[in-house]
Design a binder for this molecule. Sequence first.
Ligand SMILES: O=C(O)CCC(=O)C(=O)O
Ligand SMILES: [Fe+2]
Length: 232
Amino acid sequence: MPLFIESAKGENIEPATEVNTITPAGLPLAHGRLLWWPNAFAVEADTWFTQLKKSEISWQQHTLRMFGRELNEPRLSCWMSELPYRYSGKTRKPVPWHPVVREICQRVSDICEQPFNGVLLNWYRDGQDSMGWHADDEPELGINPTVASVSLGATRRFKLRHNLRPELRHELRPELRPKADGHSAAPRELLLNHGSLLVMAGEMQHHWQHALPKMAACSTPRINLTFRWLVE
Ligand SMILES: O=C(O)CCC(=O)C(=O)O
Ligand SMILES: [Fe+2]
């Protein structure tokens, strides 16, 4: 079963299930590293999701500036760390670590063999909530950051598109070369299921953007935790 579904149409999507929890699937990718453990936390996922849903995480509604207007982000979020985080032109004040999130962080660190000192939690209330195209390329993440993403709750589509810098275009397969908007013609897509772990590493954030599109058919919530290391 292919792990990536090359889908402009969003049809025939099936989750990847045939990978064990210890060895990640290294998804082939030019100019970046993407590691994928679909069943990393299959055992703990239900408990973590229930605990986080009922605990008093201070979910916040942030805004984004678009076409000269302040709009609500289509999701709730919370930055948990000892350090503030500056992204999208705004500084996020940290909230203290929640014990369940600290436990998840420890497990993710063990798998990735590296520490994390902050986590952005996202609460997607249903399929109308989403995250637009972006790269996790804030200066405080350092040059080639490792961003480790845990998914709990509803399965959602995760899309990736190459930035297609002119000097690198010839290294890509023809179908990945630019469309008029300068981005990849064939975005790649992965289904992020309950209990999965996706790690973006290497040069990824320089060359790729990712997004979590709306999904009309989804009526249940999802919590996503992206663990990061802020260079102090
Ligand atoms: O919800 C997701 O899977 C993506 C989250 C993300 O890209 C981010 O928090 O930067
Ligand atoms: Fe991101």
